[in-house]
Ligand binder design. Structure first.
Ligand SMILES: Cc1cc2nc3c(=O)[nH]c(=O)nc-3n(C[C@H](O)[C@H](O)[C@H](O)COP(=O)(O)OP(=O)(O)OC[C@H]3O[C@@H](n4cnc5c(N)ncnc54)[C@H](O)[C@@H]3O)c2cc1C
Length: 448
């Protein structure tokens, strides 16, 4: 019987679901899967993106762990594709590769002042508060008034973490350095800006509602944003999600405010045009917009200014190119047809596949990566005739290669050790978990 030796690069949900689906799909050949991950720990953005105060979503890790523990997959953590292993290595040892490398960078925002001190990308801040090993341990939290641009869930996460009292994050798996940083934050006002109106936002109703439950934080909304046009009224009437969002926002409008020590402002129809400041951010200038009657907005030419000392843009994530693999610079994805990777001239690159955010762009929830993986795996199986013919398919050969290069890779057993270590640290402090942040410490504990 033939055997498919498959490499998967990226141990986020997309890569893990792909491995799971492949092992469970009926097929006439055996499979052996090696999962490569640049971080010493698996789970991608579930560990390093989903906010620490969302334990229910973090709980998806339990299902992902079950897949890793199923006995069908080997994990090679702390191995970076492009630096530690190359496409040529994979061709030598595997029949095919799936890239599921996700997206970790912030999409750019081209407005004057964006490079001022105090202007940050949401992805960097998220990596910091979720204890990503490759970002600085400290974050400058010295602003009393902060702006957050974006009307999606990442903007809500960032605004919530900034506005929430640090003590209320303590029971979560928030790293110690993050708790210490947030505890000393002098923040009083967080301003969330979005170009469009309340009926056009991309927030999940559940995440939005959660903001209104923050202790000692007033929700501040502005009446002028709720004078809906016909298209907005129709959206509220016809779309359940928009209906709930509108209801939540209107409940907040009816609340008494003025007693809380922190405020969360929502500025709809506000299109940021400039960050003002000499060396550091001092204010945000935005153009007031109005509905265009078709669900979009147009600028009015009216410019307003609000003082802020820090600015976070949550305008989307962006994938990174991988050595030797085609890349669409505009969309930040690997060009593909249903997961089959395509060359610049549109030809299928045999043996190379993509899934998850690097396949379809950084939108959608964890659950969406499952349907993504199904589509990609269907092609991996059907493309048997064009798989690579590796010179050294033996499972021991890749281990020997990594060892010969002196790469301190971590394994599934190592991850179990680190996981137990973090849980024990948490239990001792009556917290869910305390994450180990420095990469060297993660590797040392895993490989002890
Ligand atoms: C801030 C934020 C909050 C979110 N909150 C939620 C939520 O509450 N609920 C929800 O359902 N979804 C949420 N999502 C969406 C969810 O995280 C994504 O849908 C999902 O993680 C995408 O999965 P992925 O496997 O494609 O990418 P990722 O999760 O990014 O995984 C990619 C993996 O590939 C690895 N990798 C990258 N490059 C290399 C390389 N060169 N070599 C080896 N490995 C590499 C990365 O280290 C990473 O582990 C959130 C996303 C963000 C950004």
């Amino acid at each position: 019987m033939t055997k498919l030796r498959l490499a998967i690069v990226g141990a986020g949900p997309a890569g893990i679901y792909a491995a799971d689906i492949l092992t469970k799909t009926e097929k006439h050949f055996d499979v052996s899967i090696d999962l490569f991950e640049q971080l010493p720990a698996p789970y991608g953005l579930v560990r390093y993106g989903v906010a620490p105060d969302h334990p229910r979503i973090k709980g998806i890790i339990t299902a992902l762990r079950d897949v890793l523990d199923s006995g069908h997959i080997r994990l090679f953590g702390n191995v970076d594709f492009g630096r530690d292993i190359t496409l040529a290595d994979l061709k030598k040892h595997y029949n095919a590769v799936i890239f599921s490398t996700g997206a970790i960078r912030d999409a750019p925002l081209m407005i004057p002042g964006i490079d001022l001190e105090g202007s940050y990308g949401a992805a960097d801040f998220v990596s910091w508060y979720d204890g990503h090993p490759d970002v600085a341990r400290t974050w400058p939290l010295d602003a009393a008034e902060v702006g957050v641009l974006g009307n999606g869930n990442v903007a809500l996460d960032v605004a919530r973490i900034l506005a929430k009292h640090a003590e209320d994050l303590l029971p979560t798996e928030i790293p110690d350095n993050v708790f210490e940083g947030l505890k000393h934050s002098p923040v009083t006002d967080v301003h969330v800006f979005g170009r469009r109106g309340p009926a056009q936002v991309k927030f999940s109703p559940l995440e939005l509602r959660e903001l209104g439950e923050l202790r000692d934080v007033d929700m501040v909304l502005y009446d002028e944003d709720f004078d809906y046009d016909e298209a907005s009224k129709a959206a509220v009437a016809s779309n359940k999600q928009v209906f709930v969002i509108d209801k939540v926002l209107n409940q907040w409008r009816a609340r008494e405010t003025g007693t809380a020590s922190r405020r969360l402002h929502f500025h709809f129809f506000a299109n940021p045009v400039e960050l003002v400041g000499t060396d550091a951010v001092e204010a945000i200038r935005y153009e007031r917009t109005v509905p265009d009657g078709e669900g979009g907005v147009v600028g009015t030419g009216e410019i307003r200014e609000i003082p802020i000392q820090a600015f976070y843009r949550a305008v989307g994530y962006f994938g990174s190119p991988l050595d030797g693999i085609p890349f669409d610079e505009k969309r930040g994805v690997i060009p593909n047809r249903e997961g089959q990777v395509l060359s610049d001239s549109g030809e299928q690159v045999h043996g190379v596949y993509a899934t998850g955010w690097i396949k379809r762009g950084p939108v959608g929830l964890i659950g969406h990566t499952k349907s993504d993986a199904m589509e990609t795996i269907k092609h991996v199986i059907n493309d048997e005739a064009s798989w690579w013919s590796p010179a050294e398919p033996d499972e021991a050969a890749i281990v020997a290669l990594l060892e010969s290069r002196g790469i301190e890779f971590t394994t599934l057993d190592g991850w179990h050790k680190l996981d137990e270590h973090e849980l024990a640290l948490g239990a001792a402090a009556e917290r869910t978990r305390i994450k180990v942040v420095p990469r060297d410490d993660m590797v040392e504990i895993s490989n002890a």
